[in-house]
Design a protein around this ligand. Structure first.
Ligand code: FAD
Ligand code: SIN
Length: 526
């Protein structure tokens, strides 16, 4: 089957939903999501969305904090643009029905997180993401011009390659005509042809066995664009959130928001010793790369499986009021955080790199945009400032929408695209081939490409990944496609890109820390 539309939106997190709402009055939108419309990284966001609202905060301070966190690798123009445009886009979210908490004076209650010099994080208790996701999903479902297709998995982008022409990464005339999409109910792959295609597929957390990301975060968008010969960058900068709840076996790891540290909670060893001031004068509220590395280091010194986040010295009533979701979660594990410290460990959380885009979210492939976590805009540099990703997503949704609306009437759909060829494929005999390789990829990345790296570990990981790559490609060629097989293939592609870029960076920068090039003035691994 071949379906045609003006805008094809792949992904239903804050980025895809916002874009869909902005373009829907200018053409027909098909929005596909591989799971339910509600499931996304966005849904799990806790701390909130960063933007300048009141004095003494100002744009210069937010820009400076972003650049400092990014360890010198942010694009300054991008940071200025996102910071200045974020307030208007947050107002748009509020107009769409999103509620942010206010204080008794009717002003927004602003939280603080690591690396921020001011309180500037708008939030909805400790469930900001759910509030945003539900409000946008509601709006999208009501829009007559948006057709929603859940349980539809984008497999590959369609380009001139599918018309038998040579496509190279160095070419600047590659065009995107839509995507091949696997209908998870029928196991059939259909061609979705579009004038404009938007990738908003989110992150890559499931490359690691401990992650805060839900199962959907398997780097599909990055892998698809890479295979379609688009440019991918900054993949070595994977952010580990310092504080996920230590509860072995639970997947995804439950996040303990950084806003708790902004509220006064302190990191300690299991024995009760504060340690962060040894590493950074900002203590528990230093940027994430530093805190995650410090925790990793302390766990190695003490041999403990985790550290703890102590908030027992804080007002219990206010704590429970601000963090009701975390309170209930901890209580379900017999941890009353007003009386006992919370056991925490770092977990893979956010991909700072991704599909290289310009100031409008346009990728290096014509008619293909990428926004949200899947993209690399230059905002985050070597380390993202907390709560900047939701702001980035809405600013770029607006820019990509405006840019594509301008072009939509000048583009025609390419109707020569062939249907998906599944000739000669069969169902894999044993799913274990896929599930075991999936686990092995996670182990390789967790053990060799984590918070602290070395040339030897990266080399070893590349060799191991190469074996799994060959096995998986062979299986892919002869199989009727399944979600798990496509996700495995994508994770391998993304793992390769991370390893390659990490190996090529001969220094420690932000989230990429290697013992072979230790950074002056920081602690070494041991
Ligand atoms: P997502 O919200 O992840 O949406 C991706 C969508 O794409 C999903 O609908 C998915 O099903 C779909 N998809 C993926 N692959 C395919 C495919 N092949 N075919 C079809 N559909 C596909 N950031 C902040 O700024 N503030 C916070 O407080 C914050 N807290 C966080 C807490 C947690 C626990 C996590 C995990 C992240 C947090 N982040 C936070 C990061 C932030 O939530 C994400 O970066 C952001 O929500 C990403 O939005 P997105 O729209 O780009 O992607
Ligand atoms: C958190 O609430 O700690 C997560 C914020 C983020 O990832 O930006």
């Amino acid at each position: 089957m071949i379906k045609e539309t003006d805008f094809l939106v792949i992904g239903s997190g804050i980025a895809g939903l916002s874009f869909a709402l902005k373009v829907a009055n200018h053409g027909k939108v098909i929005l596909i999501s591989k799971n339910s419309l509600e499931e996304s990284n966005t849904k799990y966001a806790q701390g909130g969305i960063a933007a300048v609202t009141y004095e003494p905060d100002n744009f210069e301070k937010h820009i400076k904090d972003t650049l400092i966190a990014g360890d010198g690798l942010c694009n300054k123009e991008t940071a200025e643009m996102v910071v200045r445009e974020a307030p208007a886009q947050i107002k748009q979210l509020i107009d769409w029905g999103v509620n942010f908490d206010q204080n008794e004076k009717g002003k927004y209650d602003l939280g603080k997180e690591g690396g921020h010099s001011e309180n500037r994080v708008l939030h909805h208790k400790d469930k900001t993401g759910e509030e945003i996701q539900n409000s946008l999903v509601d709006k999208v479902k009501k829009h007559n011009n948006i057709e929603v297709l859940e349980n539809h998995f984008a497999v590959d982008l369609i380009t001139q390659h599918h018309l038998g022409k040579l496509v190279k990464r160095s070419h600047n005339n590659t065009e995107c005509y839509g995507a091949y999409v696997l209908d998870l109910q029928t196991d059939k792959v259909n061609a979705f042809l579009a004038k404009i295609t938007l990738i908003a597929t989110g992150g890559t957390g499931n490359l690691y066995d401990t992650t805060t990301n839900p199962k959907i975060a398997t780097g599909d968008g990055i892998a698809m664009v890479y295979r379609a010969k688009g440019i991918i960058e900054n993949m070595e900068f994977i952010q580990f959130h310092p504080t996920s709840l230590y509860n072995p076996g639970e997947k995804p790891s439950f996040l303990i928001t950084e806003a708790m540290r902004g509220f006064g909670a302190i990191l300690k060893t299991v024995a009760g010793n504060k340690f962060m001031l040894k590493y950074d004068k900002r203590g528990s509220l230093a940027p994430r790369d530093i805190v995650a590395r410090a925790i990793d280091h302390e766990m190695k010194i003490t041999g403990d499986d985790h550290v703890v986040l102590d908030c027992t010295h804080l007002d219990p009533r206010k704590l429970k009021d601000h963090f009701p979701n975390i309170y209930q979660k901890c209580l379900s594990l017999n941890i009353d955080f007003t009386k006992n410290p919370i056991p925490v460990i770092p977990a893979a959380h956010y991909m700072c790199g991704g599909v290289k885009v310009d100031e409008n979210g346009a990728s290096t492939i014509n008619k293909l945009y990428a926004i949200g976590e899947v993209s690399s805009t230059g905002l985050h540099g070597a380390n993202r400032l907390a709560s900047n990703s939701l702001s980035e997503a809405v600013v770029y949704a607006d820019r990509a929408a405006k840019d594509s609306i301008k072009r939509i009437n000048l583009i025609t759909i390419n109707s020569d695209i062939p249907e998906w060829d599944s000739h000669g494929t069969t169902y894999p005999e044993e799913m274990i081939m896929i599930t075991q390789n999936y686990k092995e990829v996670q182990q390789i990345m967790s053990n060799y490409v984590g918070i602290v790296r070395s040339n030897l570990r990266l080399e070893r990981a590349l060799k191991r990944l190469a074996i799994i790559y060959v096995e998986t490609e062979e299986l892919y060629e002869k199989s009727i496609l399944s979600q798990k097989l496509c996700e495995l293939r994508n994770l391998i592609n993304v793992g390769y890109l991370i390893l390659k870029m990490a190996k090529d960076l001969h220094e420690s920068r932000g989230l990429h820390y290697t013992i072979d090039y230790p950074k002056k003035g920081t602690f070494s691994e041991f």
